[in-house]
Design a protein around this ligand. Structure first.
Ligand SMILES: [Zn+2]
Length: 703
């Protein structure tokens, strides 16, 4: 900790110096921008003021000398620690005069009694804390659940229990492959064996480290344990085929051919009986079964495919816990909002893979072509070589044989309104779509659509529209490009009552150069609140409270500059996550800023990784995020983690620029103490204010 702070000094000075130079460059380029509005300008940090430089980074931690009282704020009693190697533990001793050790490690106690340590996770899951202050002593045991260690090295051929994948219900298109894998004894040969005795090789791909080696990285003086035989991952591809596991607890795919033949058990019973009397060839449905399969069945093995691993003379078998279906003809489904109170703002959320960020947002009744399933997710075909994954429970399947949606685009038309311009794309069906942005442009792709557009008129329609055009870049994708004369402020995309796709382009507000916030509506979101007390610091100051204190100080600053403020969480009471961006959108707020302070996931070293960051989602919010990041760095001089794109609900509204700030880390004692300090809360609020003002000033320059 001490080393980190020593290194910070010179680095910080360099940072300030660089910022001063940047200010001069920005001043020059801003002037140029006014003359040449077409130029794409580089991002500009908020100009640094002389008084900022004089302000020390964070105030020193105040001294506190209460009675010795050990408190661990994290991890909680009985909590699950997801890191196996090292993790953080933080809390308070009650006194800045205390000394502390945890599991034999000496831990620095801060002047207010707080501590933060990053130490090996105890194998028995018990942190033993010993504190001392002169003659006083205190001790505390904190019990947590730690990850299961990697099992001891296998003896002979062994398939690690629970390691065979995939598990559950899968459906794939005919001709696709499915990857099968498992963990087993290193140095073997393995196959997937189908009930029809087809064998597909599964290749050893990589050795898995033994747990002793990982732990040794953090324990000085412990020699790595040499690896004597161990576990490896085996994997291979198997062509699409119907497989039905004997495990009746597994999900069965909802789409595709799931092998609706004879009950596996009764078929096997019949064939086994026929085999026993030498009449296997005559028994209906039994000809395809191999004698091996039947032998395996008689020994009590499952009917489905199984893994076979051979190491030396030893063989291990394990069943494949998979129900696999083949989709020969794609299924059609429609998006449904299953909430008790369906909302017009409902969107099913699609991803590029079964996990990862949300990428697509489609309203109820959108028609989807389903070409795959993985347990609770459906795969949707959007275009050749473009698919998305959506939650299956929000899709209602139409009867088999329903033809896939093939929307004919009959016309595209702009309609100008005082606050927005609608681009309406008439279609015979409710098709999925995707909106992408450039600084001054919007592109709308409608999937499954074929154009019958002959006319597309927009000339002299509206001063906001510079140019518009449509194209059919590939089969079943209809694309409209709209170039604006100003940077994108926001938009909505939805289906109207006829099923047409509407892209509603928001008209930017008219900004007064001298009073850029006058008349603007700013949505300020204090993150978390109520029962969602979020993260805490070592002395149990909550993030929700810190966020609220900053938000409440920001509000009067914005109002004094002529803005109206919408507080999405005005007090301690909880406000539902999804309701917050909706409030900002419904009230036509001009920007949304969500105020947070950060926490690390288990296993990350908080001493090396803490700092300030800001997140946005849509390109039209990048400049807001840049201004916030620059202003917060200029104000507090914490480490620059950077601004970046993140899939966060508060950053996702499309109708307005939105960004989420993570000023400091609750668990770092210096930063928690600073967040408690009203003067620092005021400085953080002021930095937010300056960034929002700078954002409007820059947008005014672009008008
Ligand atoms: Zn938060």
């Amino acid at each position: 900790m001490v080393e980190t702070r020593l290194h910070h000094g010179p680095a910080r000075r360099r940072h300030l110096h660089a910022a001063s130079i940047a200010m001069i460059v920005v001043a020059a380029s801003a002037c140029a921008a006014r003359e040449e509005p077409e130029t794409v300008r580089p991002p500009a940090p908020v100009p640094l003021r002389a008084e900022d430089v004089a302000v020390p980074a964070l105030p020193p931690i105040p001294f506190a000398d209460g009675p010795l009282r050990l408190d661990v704020a994290y991890p909680p009693e009985g909590g699950v620690v997801t890191a196996r190697d090292s993790n953080f533990i933080f809390g308070s001793t009650g006194s800045g005069r205390a000394s502390l050790s945890i599991n034999g490690h000496t831990i620095q106690v801060k002047p207010n009694g707080a501590f933060l340590a990053f130490i090996p996770v105890p194998e028995d899951g018990v942190y033993r804390l010993e504190a001392r202050k002169k003659a006083e002593t205190a001790s505390l045991e904190r019990r947590v659940r730690v990850p299961q260690p990697v099992p001891p090295p296998p003896v002979g051929a062994e398939v690690l229990a629970g390691s065979v994948a995939p598990v559950g219900a899968y459906a794939v298109m005919a001709g696709e492959n499915v990857q099968i894998s498992f963990t087993g004894t290193s140095g073997g040969r393995a196959w997937l064996v189908t009930p029809w005795n087809e064998r597909y090789p599964l290749l050893e791909t990589r050795a898995i480290q033994s747990p002793a080696n990982n732990a040794a990285d953090f324990q000085i003086g412990v020699n790595p344990v040499p690896q004597t035989g161990g576990w490896s991952r085996y994997s291979g591809l198997v062509p699409a085929q119907v497989l039905r596991s004997a495990d009746t607890t597994l999900l069965v795919p909802l789409v595709g051919d799931v092998g609706n033949v004879v009950e596996p058990d009764s078929l096997m019973e019949r064939c086994a009986a026929a085999s026993a009397t030498g009449q296997l060839d005559q028994a209906p449905g039994c000809a395809a079964l191999s004698p091996d399969t039947l032998r395996a069945y008689r020994r009590g093995r499952p009917f489905g495919a199984h893994i076979e691993l051979v190491v030396g003379n030893d063989t291990a078998l394990a069943m494949l816990p998979l129900n696999l279906a083949i989709i020969n003809t794609e299924r059609v489904g429609i998006v449904v909002d299953r909430a008790a109170q369906p909302s017009p703002d409902f969107r099913i959320r699609g991803r590029a893979g079964v996990s990862g960020p949300f990428h697509y947002f489609w309203p109820a009744r959108t028609q989807l072509s389903i070409i795959g399933q993985r347990n609770d997710m459906y795969r949707v075909r959007l275009a050749p070589d473009l698919t998305a994954w959506v939650p299956a429970e929000q899709v209602q399947l139409l009867p088999e044989g329903t033809p896939p949606p093939t929307g004919i685009i009959g016309g595209a038309r702009f309609t100008a309104r005082p606050d927005y311009i609608d681009l309406r794309i008439g279609s015979t069906e409710r098709l999925p779509y995707y909106v992408s942005e450039t600084e001054r442009g919007l592109q709308l792709d409608v999937y499954g659509a074929t154009s019958a557009v002959n006319f597309f008129q927009y000339g002299s329609l509206d001063p906001l529209i510079a140019r518009a055009g449509w194209s059919q870049p590939m089969d079943s994708v209809f694309r409209v490009n709209v170039e604006l004369t100003q940077p994108v402020w926001g938009y909505h995309a939805f289906h109207d009552t006829t099923g047409a796709v509407v892209l509603r382009i928001r008209r930017p507000p008219v900004i007064d150069d001298d009073n850029p916030l006058r008349g603007m509506l700013i949505a300020v979101d204090a993150g978390h609140g109520g029962a969602d007390s979020s993260t805490v610091g070592p002395t149990r100051f909550t993030e929700a409270r810190a966020n609220l204190m900053i938000a409440q100080r920001l509000k009067p600053m914005l109002e004094a500059a002529g803005a109206r403020v919408l507080m999405t969480r005005p007090g301690e009471a909880f406000v539902e996550l999804g309701a917050r961006p909706q409030m900002a959108t419904d009230s036509n707020a001009h920007v949304l800023v969500s105020i947070h302070n950060n926490a690390f996931p288990d296993g990350v070293n908080p001493f090396l990784n803490n700092g300030t960051s800001v997140y946005y989602y849509h390109p039209h919010s990048v400049d807001l995020a840049q201004q916030l990041q620059a202003a917060l760095l200029n104000e507090l001089h914490l480490r620059d983690i950077g601004y970046g794109r993140a899939d966060l609900a508060l950053a996702r509204p499309t109708w307005l620029p939105a960004a989420l700030t993570e000023t400091a880390f609750m668990m770092v004692p210096e930063q928690e103490a600073a967040l408690r300090d009203p003067a620092v809360q005021e400085r953080i609020a002021r930095a937010h204010f300056r960034a929002i003002e700078a954002f409007f000033r820059r947008r005014a320059a672009a008008q």
